[in-house]
Design a protein around this ligand. Structure first.
Ligand code: IDC
Length: 480
């Protein structure tokens, strides 16, 4: 996209300030459930339609959530909310809006999902051609803010830059905007503090620094705001995860982030671990602008993915935070799209991180051609994966060509329950053959396509599970 040149320039600056500590156990840290099992979160963003709908709600009905599970087997959603809907007037919160959000959270709960609430913004807010911030918190300085194509180019309109500068304090006129943002998050967190289906909060979608960019932005006002939100949320909600994103125009393309380690006040209580996660996005330039995954575009995308992996691991190590990738996607009707999806899934599996695909909105980027009608990319997005691992994950992978799902894990003190894997019916029409060292018990939920394996602890021995589709008539331990 056109911001790439700008992004590259900023990225070079980023490289100077983004030195990694080199160590860190981010890859050993997982989001866990009440039994201590590592959760692998896999799902969609729902949805872009919420940015502009009259009530701020996404296009989905309850049946679409059921349909999503039946078609894709997902266990996670990154659910878009907006500051302008939470706080339509200064200091006035719309709890009817939050009740509507809660109703959708309940729909996901019924299907066994975890919900990440994403305070979305693109291009600051509707008053300057984007979405997110309320008009009362938007000061364009009277400068032009004309919508551009592609939409990302609107970010560099002078009125948009001014609005961001006012928010971040680069222009000194409105320090209260950030205070409102922190208070709005505190309100949302107090509303959902006890909700077990809500995984946590994504503090700000794709932050943009206006006229302040690179490490100066990420280590300055961005990190400061994140820490303020974390501290404030913790006064009302000690347990949910809080996810932070890097400056997107650079990190989305595999360039370094300078985000520093943030402190989680919950660690002040003995035995409580930090619950701050790192939630970057991945959009190689050809994909971001709706391109193909062929020829030099595929080469560029592959180089971006390799760099993205390196940079994400560095930042996560520095922050000592597990990673959950908040957005990736492409125009799935373009040549090579299926291969791109497969390659990203392979990358994410190798990093043992979950993700949310952009997006559920029916159309060319979506698993839905129309509501309830799967598109061509749906069977590729419907992948086999471990939903929950009852121990310390070591490795997992799914090979779409051999249809072999492999999961390795070690026993971990205090973790109970089964290791649950999802086997998409398209790939495993007759169930699966199980190879697993050591003694185990199995349970197959044929309605939900979930295989649960409870193993006998084997001190010092890694559990090694391989599942392949059952060949009808073959004589091996099978399910289905
Ligand atoms: C896009 C929507 C598009 C909309 C635009 C601006 O697909 O219909 O016009 O937002 O609101 C992101 C953003 C996400 C974008 C998505 C795809 O977080 O809001 O959605 N994208 O362009 N970052 C990189 C890509």
């Amino acid at each position: 996209m056109n911001l790439v040149v700008l992004a590259c320039a900023i990225g070079l600056l980023g490289a100077v300030g983004a030195k990694s500590s080199g160590g860190g156990g981010w890859h050993e840290r997982f989001i866990t459930d009440s039994q201590g099992r590592a959760l692998i979160l896999y799902g969609l963003n729902t949805s872009s339609s919420a940015k502009t709908s009259a009530d701020g709600m996404p296009w989905i009905k309850q049946g679409d959530v059921t349909g999503e599970y039946n078609t894709l087997g997902t266990d996670f959603v990154r659910f878009l909310i907006q500051w302008s809907d939470v706080e339509p007037e200064p200091g006035v919160y719309d709890d009817h809006y939050l009740a509507e959000v809660k109703q959708r959270v309940d729909w996901y709960q019924a299907q066994g999902y975890q919900v990440l609430l994403d305070m979305h913004q693109d291009v600051y807010g509707a008053a300057v051609g984007g979405n997110g911030a309320p008009a009362w918190a938007t000061d364009s300085g009277g400068l032009a803010a004309d919508k551009q194509s592609p939409w990302e180019m609107t970010y560099v309109q002078p009125g948009v830059t001014h609005a961001f500068d006012e928010f971040w304090g680069t222009q000194p006129g409105h320090p209260e905007y950030r205070q409102h943002y922190v208070a709005a998050w505190t309100h949302v967190a107090s509303y959902f503090a006890k909700n077990g289906t809500v995984l946590g909060y994504d503090v700000m979608n794709e932050p943009w620094g206006g006229s302040l960019q690179g490490p100066a932005f990420e280590t300055g006002p961005l990190a400061h705001l994140y820490q303020q939100v974390i501290d404030a949320v913790r006064t009302v909600d000690p347990d949910h995860w809080i996810f932070v994103e890097p400056a997107a125009a650079t990190a989305d393309h595999g360039l370094p982030s300078a985000l520093p380690k943030l402190d989680d006040p919950r660690t002040a209580t003995a035995g409580d671990e930090a619950r701050i996660g790192y939630a970057p996005h991945l959009y190689p330039a050809p994909m971001d602008s709706g391109g193909t995954y062929t020829g030099t575009d595929a080469y560029l995308a592959d180089r971006t993915m390799a760099s993205w992996q390196t940079q994400v691991q560095r930042t996560a190590a520095r922050m000592d935070a597990p990673v959950l990738m908040g957005e990736w996607g492409l125009d799935a009707t373009q040549d090579g799209a299926h291969l791109y999806v497969d390659h990203v899934q392979t990358l994410l599996d190798s990093m043992m991180i979950g993700s949310a695909y952009w997006s559920s909105d029916p159309g060319s980027w979506s698993p839905w051609a129309a509501p309830g009608k799967p598109s061509g990319i749906a069977p590729v997005l419907a992948t086999a994966y471990p939903r929950a691992i009852a121990g310390q994950p070591v490795d997992f992978s799914y090979d779409k060509s051999t249809l072999e799902l492999a999961v390795d894990w070690n026993d971990k003190a205090g973790v109970t329950g089964s290791t649950d894997v999802y086997l998409p019916p398209g790939d495993f029409p007759d169930g699966g053959d199980i190879q697993l060292n050591g003694a185990y018990k199995q349970k197959w939920d044929a309605g939900r396509h979930i295989l649960s394996l409870t193993v006998k602890p084997t001190p010092g021995v890694t559990h090694h599970l391989v599942i392949t589709p059952t060949t009808p008539g073959a004589n091996s331990p099978s399910i289905g």
